[in-house]
Design a protein around this ligand. Structure first.
Ligand SMILES: Nc1ncnc2c1ncn2[C@@H]1O[C@H](COP(=O)(O)OP(=O)(O)OP(=O)(O)O)[C@@H](O)[C@H]1O
Ligand SMILES: [Mg+2]
Length: 289
């Protein structure tokens, strides 16, 4: 039964699309694997299935170069095709529970990537989260799914769609096993410019965090490297420490530091060591030479 093992469930969610959920999920998975944990992963965003493609790319790239990288035990769930809405909801909920029950037997963590939008699969997955990570782009458009904001003063007026979904799942979780969800907002694609907009989003988020109960983790800047690694299935955490002599540029090193700060904020960094990362770059150079 779910909750009887010590597995930690991390859900990455936001009803808003394109905020960096799958990119963040893959980096969390790599961070946990590199720290020596066994990780199960679930992709609820079929047919887009970005996380699944990311993991498959990682497997293919490993096979292509003959190198070994850790992989999660991965599952993809597709929404029920039942015509009756209640039946479909029940089938989706059962599918989530069966997947978690199976993965929790063999893994320390289960990381779940969810689609943009509000689906039955995603909603039910949220209710099992020990940690909920919500990436959001640094804009009032993204903030809108969390709260209504007064346009002149930027004051928080009331929680909106996604904050309400999380609230409902916190209640479900509390009723089911008396535990709470640690909700962490991660600001993604931050611009290097400290604009008036960025300060205003900062202030609104800080006000909202107290009101609806989330923590704000250090975010990721807008960087090409987050897009470039997808085709190889790699993350910044698979690349070697700069001290070891591999030439990473300053932007890559800064990006990797941002990922580490996120792992630290979640409470995973104590057992995370950058030196454990495989020296993928050297291995790649050798194989390709
Ligand atoms: N920090 C970043 N810098 C640059 N590009 C980024 C960054 N984070 C994500 N991206 C890019 O933004 C796009 C959306 O990211 P991603 O697919 O992770 O979002 P998502 O929330 O999973 O989207 P969806 O809701 O469609 O599932 C991708 O092209 C990704 O490579
Ligand atoms: Mg996605």
């Amino acid at each position: 039964m779910i909750g009887e093992t010590s597995v930690q469930i991390i859900v990455v969610g936001n009803v808003k699309g394109g905020t960096g959920k799958s990119t963040t999920t893959m980096h969390l998975i790599a961070g946990l694997l590199n720290a020596g944990y066994l990780v199960g992963s679930i992709d609820l965003d079929s047919p887009q299935a970005t996380l699944t493609r990311y993991i498959n790319n990682r497997r293919d790239y490993m096979a292509h170069l003959g190198i070994a990288l850790s992989l999660p035990e991965h599952k993809v769930l597709t929404p029920s095709i039942a015509k009756n809405r209640d039946v479909a909801k029940e089938e989706d909920e059962n599918a989530i529970e069966a997947a978690i029950e199976e993965l929790e037997e063999r893994n320390d963590f289960i990381v779940i990537d969810t689609p943009g939008g509000d689906t039955a699969l995603s909603r039910w997955a949220h209710s099992f989260a020990d940690i909920l990570i919500t990436p959001m782009n640094d804009s009032f458009v993204d903030l809108d799914v969390l709260a209504k904001i007064e346009p002149d003063t930027f004051k928080v007026l009331c929680p909106s769609q996604y904050a309400e979904l999380v609230w409902e799942n916190r209640k479900n979780r509390m009723q089911r096993d008396g535990r709470s969800i640690d909700w962490i907002i991660v600001r993604n694609r931050l611009s290097s410019l400290h604009s008036k907009n960025r300060r205003a989003v900062d202030e609104a988020l800080t006000a909202l965090s107290k009101r609806i109960g989330f923590r704000i983790a250090p975010g990721f800047s807008e960087r090409m490297i987050f897009r470039e690694l997808f085709l190889k299935g790699l993350t910044l955490l698979d690349l070697r420490d700069p001290e070891a002599g591999v030439r990473l540029n300053m932007s890559h090193i800064a990006a990797r530091q941002e990922v580490r700060l996120l792992l630290e904020a979640i409470g995973l960094l104590s057992s995370f060591s950058g030196n454990d990362c495989l020296n993928v770059e050297d291995e790649m150079k050798e194989k390709l030479a």
